[in-house]
Design a protein around this ligand. Structure first.
Ligand code: XMP
Length: 523
């Protein structure tokens, strides 16, 4: 579980299962401080001491401290002499474990609330949170603290939470009922910065420049004079992995780009020219489109498409890797959210390690050791690292693109002709999004070619062509999403261009489904 970063001050976040624990980690890291998230029930005191944090944050969580068997912080954390910050459930368990009282309440607070700041505190120093003023916060609680443990004082109260912010200044224990990590607490980041810097004394030296230098040292130490292979997908994570590795070990790295024939227009050419010509990284570009499209012939079930593509990818990748000979390492762009252990209330901590799409199983099969230099990073930190490495901005800011590519954006049967039609529509759509300056406000945008034909008129002719659906969503992690509320004139412009310029499409519709209940992709 413990990653590294021994050079830096650390903060430990004990997770009680909140949906937004990762946002706590984001806020801490934005303050320039390295942190890790550990499940509350997989963190004994010896392990915590060995990690040597400068402070501990107790996260929110879905349970009630009033329920039998509900989670508790390991008792020892209160006597480590370290600063603590409890958030929501973290506040309640801190209070209860230290001898205060938590009760159920008829006055539940969900959503926006206002906290009256009643006292000064190092938690608020130099921030917008001033004594005598009111701050907007985000609440989400049924239970509330009704009596404080010895040594605690109130810093702030809200209508539904008389102890919305509390502190034992002597011990440096702080706790809040609300969620300072979410955007609906507009100045919440100030509290995290004060906790990590002013209260815990962290120096704030977790920067991408420092990460880059350290990671390069680590990669060299791990790899020695060995050979490394790295699969490029065209996405940000694998690209940043490859550029970082190349900086560390030069031509001991060979990249493999498997062209499935299912990429968007011009994408394969871009990847090849960026890596081969711009970065001068040894690259095997395997055009396997005939194999993929041949094997996908007649396959219509979405999962069967994924399985076919995954299987072929491994076969082709394996063959290319064999051509390099005697490689000992496989580099992957695994990110921190993929390796955080999640809290499960139904049988202890459960590992939610996702297999990296397409290359799952490869390391074992090829007897390769993994190199995963991005394991400690969140997605936006990977982008910051890409910038630090001087990678082109439009590459870094790319929307996510699924491993199976356009195959899952053509519901039903896939043909070369349909792929070509979809590529043209998708190119126009993304061009208009960029022209309108909307690209960065959207998490993912793409066209889908539906297996439905409808009647239209063009000039004096009747047409009978495909329907194209446009999708655009906002999201923070792809787990939930909202459709993007385009102005009508934008949608009209895109529809007109697609219908006029793409032969084979005579109708365009816009998908306004959120996730859940929908998914982002159509298959
Ligand atoms: P859904 O459609 O499940 O998508 O809401 C969530 C995110 O995952 C991407 N996605 C995939 N990525 N292989 C991938 O590498 C896949 O099979 C796959 N299916 C969906 C999707 O583009 C979105 O970002």
């Amino acid at each position: 579980m413990t990653q590294t970063s021994s050079f830096h001050d650390h903060i430990l976040i004990l997770d009680f299962g909140s949906q937004v624990t990762q946002l706590i980690a984001r806020r801490v890291r934005e303050s320039g401080v390295y942190c890790e998230i550990w499940p509350f029930n997989n963190a004994d005191i010896d392990k915590i001491k060995a990690f040597n944090p400068k402070g501990i944050i107790l996260s929110g969580g879905p349970c009630s401290v009033l329920d039998d068997g509900s989670p508790r912080a390991p008792e020892g954390v209160f006597s480590l002499g370290l600063p603590l910050l409890g958030i929501c459930y973290g506040q309640q368990t801190m209070v209860q474990q230290l001898g205060g009282t938590v009760e159920g309440s008829d006055h539940k607070e969900f959503g926006r609330a206002y906290v009256d700041i009643l006292a000064d505190s190092p938690l608020l120093a130099g921030s917008k949170w001033n004594k005598g003023t009111q701050e907007q916060v985000w609440m989400s609680h049924g239970d509330r603290v009704t009596a404080l443990p010895d040594g605690f004082e109130i810093i702030g109260k809200s209508e539904g939470a008389p102890y919305a912010m509390i502190a034992n200044e002597a011990k440096k224990f702080y706790a809040v009922q609300f969620h300072p990590e979410v955007v609906h607490t507009p100045h919440g980041a100030d509290l995290y910065r004060n906790f990590t810097h002013t209260i815990c004394g962290c120096s704030g030296d977790w920067t991408m420049a420092a990460f880059r230098a350290e990671e390069i040292r680590k990669i060299r130490a791990q790899v020695g004079s060995g050979k490394v292979i790295c699969g490029l997908s065209g996405g940000v994570d694998s690209s940043v992995t490859a550029v970082l590795l190349h900086e560390a070990i030069g031509d001991q790295l060979t990249c493999i780009y498997v062209d499935t024939g299912l990429m968007r227009a011009g994408e394969s050419e871009q990847v090849v020219s960026l890596f081969r010509e711009h970065y001068n990284i040894p690259l095997i570009h395997e055009d396997a489109s005939a194999l993929f499209l041949g094997q996908l012939d007649g396959v219509t079930d979405p999962e069967a498409k994924r399985k076919t593509i995954g299987r072929l990818f491994i076969e082709v990748f394996d063959k290319c890797a064999g051509e390099i000979g005697d490689a000992q390492f496989l580099a992957q762009g695994t990110l921190y959210p993929d390796v955080i252990e999640s809290v499960s209330f139904t049988g202890g901590p459960s590992a939610t390690i996702k297999s990296h799409h397409n290359v799952g199983g490869l390391p074992e099969r090829m007897n390769l050791k993994l190199v995963e230099p991005l394991r400690e990073l969140f997605k936006d930190e990977v982008r910051a690292l890409g910038r630090e490495l001087g990678m082109p901005e439009d590459f870094i800011r790319r929307h996510p693109f699924p491993g199976p590519g356009l195959a899952i954006r053509i519901p039903g049967e896939i043909t070369r002709e349909k792929i070509e039609i979809l590529r043209k529509a998708d190119t126009i759509y993304l061009e208009e999004i960029r022209n309108a300056g909307l690209y960065d406000a959207i998490w993912q945008a793409f066209a889908v070619l539906l297996p439905v034909k409808t009647v239209g008129v063009m000039g004096d002719d009747r047409t009978y062509d495909h329907v194209c659906a446009l999708r655009a969503v906002t999201s923070t992690d792809g787990m939930t999403a909202d459709y993007y509320p385009y102005p009508h004139d934008f949608l009209g412009r895109v529809a007109t261009r697609i219908i006029n310029e793409v032969r084979g499409i005579n109708r365009v519709v816009y998908d306004i489904t959120s996730k859940p209940p929908g998914t982002i992709e159509w298959e």
